[in-house]
Design a protein around this ligand. Sequence first.
Ligand code: GLA
Length: 748
Amino acid sequence: MRRTRLENDTVTRARVSMIFVCLASIPAAQAEPAAAPIRYDESTRVFELSAEQVTYAFGVNERGELQSLYWGGRLGADDVLPAAKSDAAPSSFDPSTGATPQEYPAWGSALYTEPALKISFPDGNRDLVLHYLSHTVNGAHLVVLLKDVSRDVRVQLRYDIDPDSGILARSARIENHTGKALFVQQSAAATWNLPAGDDYLLHSLSGRWAAEWHLDRRPVLASQTVLESRRGSTGHQNNPWFALARAGTSEESGPVWFGALAWSGSWRITVEPDVKRRIRVTGGYNPFDFSYRLAAGAALESPVFFAGYTQGGLGEASRLLHRFELTHVLPQAPHPRARPVLYNSWEATEFNLTEAGQMKLAEMAAQIGVERFVMDDGWFGARDSDRAGLGDWIVNRRKFPRGLQPLIERVHALGMDFGLWVEPEMVNPDSDLYRRHPDWVLNFPGRPRTEARNQLVLNLARQDVRDHLFRVLDELVTQNDIGFLKWDYNRNWAEPGWPGQKPEDQQKLYVSYVENLYWILQRLRERHPKLEIESCSGGGGRVDLGIMRFTDEVWPSDNTDPFDRLSIQDGFTYAHTPGVMMAWVTDSPNWVNQRSTSLEYRFLSAMQGSLGVGADLTRWREQDVQTAKRLIADYKGIRMTVQQGRLYRLISPRDGSPYSATQSISSDGRQAVLFAFLHSSSMLYPYPRIHLKSLDPQARYRLRVLAGKPEEGTPVEASGGYWMSDGIQLMLKGDFQAAAIVLDRATS
Ligand code: GLA
């Protein structure tokens, strides 16, 4: 049976509203009526959404527009915001309607900045002016209904505020009640309006394959800045995250407005000042090549755009997002379990898999303390290289004559759980699936098709493709005892045609494909509650808060060079928690740069995230096994702090710094973990002295060295005040040196 658009919406929304329910349930348990997170003042028509540190406010102005009023530090309970009043036109070139900051500006009237919504009607009219109609408040959840001034197009604006972090979740639902189909040409989740200023610095994350997560900083100039993906998925090039900081804001102080779009398809975020230098940030579906036919009575849901504010600098902005992801976004929120130490066979064996070879690796992995054994690409179909087999998710009997079961049983007997690599959305033309269903791939009939890594993209927007993939994966997990899937996605779209679909509905691909992906992930999790999933896309090509609702961890980069990883990991943590950041220890010299590093250095780099091992263990010497055993055991003792604690980026490896250091502190404040790295020392300079953060100045902390050496005379126990003020001098000298120190609270 074909699912209708609205049914699909319901599935996606169900997951989103789980976040909303989560948010709404918190204040109910704690709050008194006076501290209601959402207030509406009837007399001024002002809405105020408040959390511990944040107030967000907008109102209905005299024209009926929903006008943004305030977003920043928490206002006093008795402070009264004046009613919204539209801006006077600064000149005849900027009429008031466009100059006034609106919560969800439609393209109509005189709007010259980015619209949140643009619609084309069948009679040629393209003007849309949204005015307030009604609203409902339910705990921390607010819905404001807007309607066009003459046509029955309605927009439900949804707001939720997390009372702890002040992070808002915004989305929009476009409803067509006009009785005729119309085309949505542009549709955002939200427009965020920031206070006026000429000193904003925009922070964003850019990259490419094997070089993701570079933190870019640029001033907000008079022209618009666009962050986007046109690739059909999130992309390595830009991550749908932004942070806007005022001049003088540092890592640990100053105002920052930040946000992340929960969408794994083509997306766009624009940043631009208006005529009064107030900053407008608009994000949602990428309008490039976008056109969504909305039948009479149908609705289109936007993704969710999360955003927050802090006065605690970029570090606090990250920590708020980390906590929010852990407690509200991830599938195991609010209490995700610790990431198990994982072994992955890819770099060791690539496609050359055998049952005996995998068993040997599994035995060695178990010996060093690994908890999850993952067999990567090459186990299925005719997959001896990347030229064939994708799409045929049937065990290759030449490599595994007895199927997967004996290997899985062996892995279990060794005390580990078993994981498997899949790339469900792709097909090699040389595969049985493609030979059976050549019509299932994205393409424009009669046109050349671009292959990448010898593969084509399946059209997951089709219900038959969606159902087929779900069935195949469900069978795979049901028939084998699989605890984990590494879900890969190794190319971007090209020629995104949808053969068989009506021409006017073809571009729905941009929405339906991703919704069906989420649908499969959600259904798989429901059917297999113990199954964990990693989002991988040739590294970090699909990491965003949309997919993170269904995946327990992500693969930040195919670049496993431990030194490159330091800056990749540093950038990653601006937007995402180290609790989902997989990091493997692989062989030296590393394939990326041919850089040689010690095993201890490689371990310490990977221990900054969720530790994995991806080396060829059969080539390890006895002393390597012993080092690994020791460091994996150490990691297990600190992993909750590293994965779910509060992260301080003490020294960033960015911009060619030879040093880098991070500190994580456990949620209960009882443990702090410090990692420090040196690229190479020069000119006889010592390593910078490290001052820890956020310890209790009165409490005593005992120092434990996991690796490296503090200077002689460093106390084994001292107060939090001592470690923060006098700090620690590490004796790091040479090339690619690293240290790891633990401070355990000695007093209660
Ligand atoms: C992608 C992944 C790698 C590995 C290969 C297998 O590149 O990012 O980790 O799984 O595919 O083909």
